[in-house]
Design a protein around this ligand. Structure first.
Ligand code: NAD
Length: 512
């Protein structure tokens, strides 16, 4: 990667490039003493270093956003839309270049990196419709000569905190809709892979987002806590692990902010014996092991119902065929996990599964990738005989590990899924419309796929994970996020004709 060509990267470095902050339209070298390496998970090469911003740098970013809000909130909706139109065109144009950087810092395959960018691009495309999305309502003659209407006004400085697993899509869930609504924004990308996020931010600046409307600070807990407690920040969007998301939700909530936290998951795929066998097995393996299982909507539990139990050997055979390699290499199915620490954690969970009595059908622990011996690789791993008490069932593994459970009936499968605390996604595989209708009605999970393994809604809908996977009422993107990023003001008005009759003092609550 030729990082030195980008304004978001420090060009004066002799050794490792350093990522900048974006404050008030300026690319700023952080004055911090704390720098973290951004590491290619397939090679351990240090791609660049990211600063953990100081308190005064966060304050400067928020102050810039506060100042910019004064004019941005009054900018005509058409002007905001046109910036989004330009941004979507630029992302489309630069998608392949950004995908290479994303794959290098995150580990996923180039094709999947392009998918990561594309799913975010769809949100930017949707933001181009903000003119209609942000419209208020109007009711004429709610009383004699009285009209009532609503304004959907921006709320001020908003902030977003993003995870490592989708460094393009998730930042794009947040800042385009927030600023299209007339807010200003402070983004805190994942410290593990901020380079591709910064390339998108560069494109936002190029598209004409004015100085101070979008700001970026990097960091970890200290910066995140600073965001959650800063008195000028009105709303916080968080996507990441359940532990951090709960902390962010509580802390920002205690400081009077609107908060949405999208968190961890355990996504069950329920397979009925009448399902299309080949399509279902392809879907399970793709959704279980794609992106090395590091998707919040990855299939992590397969529930084989009745005679579908006989499909286990085929599932294993298909998983075994997947090619583990660096994301940059052609033909790769499964790349490395993000860090050595993440790999240790996943290996620890695999060992717990063996210890607790699950049957290890496919063991990906000792995979070796020629040419990438230092990579954080784990091969596809499959457990059967899993019970609800085992850690491999109770914990989000976030690696290429699929656990298989067996039940006798659809009712039992529904009860199993509903007893799990998470509610991000689930799927049913069947050719029966009646079974599908029963499942979608009775299942207590916010996003349901019918013969669709990863049912992430397109941006004209909203992301609607539920229960333990989400805190806050309103989800990212779609109509819900327009509500999240605006406040409704309701105006009730009466205009008098010059010749209107004096009808006296009204001491009641009724409109006359
Ligand atoms: P993470 O919680 O470790 O990090 C998320 C963000 O929080 C990062 O920006 C990080 O810098 C910051 N952070 C980390 N530790 C912190 C702390 N102690 N205090 C305050 N901030 C802290 O998550 P991750 O590992 O980057 O991402 C993976 C997780 O995200 C998984 O659990 C996955 O399910 C979840 N996720 C959920 C969704 C969803 O929509 N529900 C989408 C993507 C990822």
């Amino acid at each position: 990667m030729n990082a030195s060509l980008n304004p978001s990267i420090n060009k004066n470095e002799t050794a490792v490039a350093r990522v900048k902050l974006l404050i008030g339209g300026e690319w700023v070298d952080s004055q911090t003493n704390e720098w973290h390496d951004i590491i290619n998970p397939a090679t351990q090469e240090v791609l660049a270093q990211v600063p953990f911003a100081t308190e005064s740098e966060l304050n400067a970013a928020v102050a810039a956003a506060e100042q910019a809000f004064k004019t941005w909130r009054l900018t005509p909706v058409g002007a905001r839309m046109r910036i989004m139109l330009k941004l979507q065109a630029l992302i489309r144009e630069h998608s392949k270049r950004i995908a290479v950087v994303l794959s290098a810092e995150q580990g996923k395959t180039i094709a999947d990196a392009e998918g990561d960018i594309f799913r975010g691009l769809e949100v930017v495309e949707h933001a181009c419709s903000i003119g209609t999305l942000q419209m208020g309502e109007f009711a004429e003659n709610v009383a004699g000569g009285v009209d009532t209407y609503t304004l959907r006004q921006p709320i001020g400085v908003c902030a977003g905190i993003t995870p490592f697993n989708f460094p393009a899509m998730i930042p794009l869930w947040m800042f385009p809709m927030a600023i299209a609504c007339g807010n200003t924004f402070v983004l805190k990308p994942s410290e593990q892979d901020p380079l591709s996020t910064m390339l998108l931010v560069e494109l936002a600046v190029e598209a004409g987002v004015p100085a101070g409307v979008l700001n970026v600070v990097h960091g970890g807990k200290q910066v995140v806590d600073g965001i959650c407690t800063h008195k000028e920040i009105k709303a916080v969007s968080f996507v990441g692990s359940t532990a951090v998301g709960t902390h962010v939700y509580n802390l920002a909530g205690q400081h009077g902010k609107r908060v949405q936290s999208m968190m961890g998951a355990k996504n069950h795929a329920v397979v009925l014996p009448d399902a299309n066998r080949e399509q279902t097995l392809n879907a399970l393996v793709g959704a279980g092991f794609g992106a090395a299982g590091q998707r919040c909507m990855a299939t992590s539990v397969v529930v084989l119902v009745g005679a579908a139990k006989q499909w286990l050997p085929d599932l294993k055979a298909l998983a075994q065929k997947l090619k583990v390699n660096a994301g940059s290499e052609a033909g790769t199915d499964v790349g490395p996990v993000i860090s050595k620490r993440a790999k240790e954690r996943v290996l620890g969970l695999i060992e717990s599964g063996i210890r607790e009595g699950a049957k290890l059908e496919l063991d990906g622990r000792n995979v070796s990738v020629p040419g990438f011996e230092d990579g954080n690789f784990i091969g596809p791993t499959l457990f059967s005989g899993v019970t609800t008490e085992m850690q491999i069932y109770t914990q989000e593994i976030f690696g290429p590990v699929l656990v298989v459970m067996e039940v006798d009936t659809l009712d039992q499968a529904i009860a199993l899924v509903n007893a799990n605390p998470y509610g991000n996604g689930t799927g049913l595989f069947t050719q029966s419309g009646a079974a599908a209708r029963k499942f979608q009605s009775e299942i207590d999970v916010g996003q349901v796929g019918i013969n669709i393994p990863i049912p992430v809604p397109v941006p004209s809908f909203s992301f609607t994970g539920s229960r333990g996977s989400k805190l806050g009422d309103l989800g990212p993107y779609g109509k819900q996020v327009v509500q999240f990023y605006t406040q409704t003001k309701t105006v009730t008005s009466r205009w008098f004709d010059d010749d209107s009759v004096n009808d006296g003092v009204n001491t009641t609550i009724n409109l006359r």
